[in-house]
Design a protein. Structure first.
Length: 276
């Protein structure tokens, strides 16, 4: 599947209500960047099967903590899903099909798996986009958070704050809104930005360009991603296209700290292309 088809599918998904977005299907579309022949319906069926097994394990008396314990025991203890601490930035860790087959991933991909299996048995789970580390919470439990990267351990708000400072440094400023649920669009945006970072880190500029296009389909007014797309286009020799993106970036973010440097780059590009 070509990236333009993924972009079109994303755009179509976003035309409806955010709550109606099929997170698992959208995430599997992202996998096609490296797995073009992926059987998406087959992967969704695997999630359905996991849900049927969890349903048999749930008791007749349903309550939030008991339900989450059953789900966590199945996913993390019985099946052994865990965080990949040895090759964290491998793009494969962001692909739901690979997470299902290897049983390892990064916080957000494991959170997606956890939420999707939960949704199949009526457990209302929400993604929590804490900076640097993605968590999960039950819709009806206010001060209990699941950390899918570390085996589904439960964290209180204070433990989440401590984990935030462990990752971001003691001087990082905590905000209570870091523990608010994300929308499905925000969830998907974070997945593709993780992919963007992974591809840029490995200097895979062609795949980075594809996922930046997806990000802009999810968040069209993101000047940061527009800038990054322009810089990537410049790296792969698309100078004229880069000029347009970078010009739009400084128009959208004229007071950004890097705006002067981007303007100087634009001047050099215009001279090179004879557009002054």
């Amino acid at each position: 599947m070509q990236s333009r088809n993924v972009t079109a599918d994303l755009t179509s998904m976003l035309e409806g209500d955010d709550q109606d977005i099929n997170l698992a299907r959208a995430a599997l579309l992202f996998s096609t960047i490296e797995h073009p022949d992926l059987n998406i319906d087959g992967e969704l069926s695997a999630l359905d099967c996991m849900g049927k097994i969890v349903l048999k394990k749930l008791g007749s008396h349903r309550e939030p903590m008991a339900d989450m314990n059953v789900l966590s025991e199945y996913i993390f203890d019985e099946l052994g899903f865990h965080g990949d601490q040895t090759d964290y930035y491998n793009p494969e860790n962001s692909f739901l099909n690979i997470v299902l087959s290897t049983r390892k991933g990064i916080p957000i991909s494991l959170a997606l798996l956890y939420i999707e299996v939960g949704s199949r048995v009526g457990i209302p789970l929400l993604g929590i986009g804490m900076p640097g580390h993605f968590l999960v919470k039950h819709e009806y439990e206010d001060d209990v958070f699941v950390d899918p990267f570390y085996g589904g351990i439960l964290l209180s708000k204070q433990e989440c704050i401590a984990r935030f400072h462990d990752m971001s440094g003691e001087n990082a400023v905590w905000q209570d809104n870091y523990l608010l649920p994300v929308t499905k669009t925000q969830f998907l945006t974070r997945i593709v930005r993780n992919l963007k970072f992974s591809y840029l880190r490995s200097q895979d500029h062609f795949n980075a360009l594809k996922v930046i296009d997806w990000t802009l389909a999810l968040k069209p007014r993101s000047s940061q991603d527009l800038r990054d797309r322009g810089l990537v286009k410049l790296r792969i020799g698309q100078a004229a296209e880069a000029l347009d993106d970078l010009r739009h970036y400084v128009e959208m973010s004229p007071t950004s700290p890097d705006a002067p440097a981007v303007r100087r780059l634009l001047g050099r590009l215009k001279r090179r292309l004879g557009k002054e």
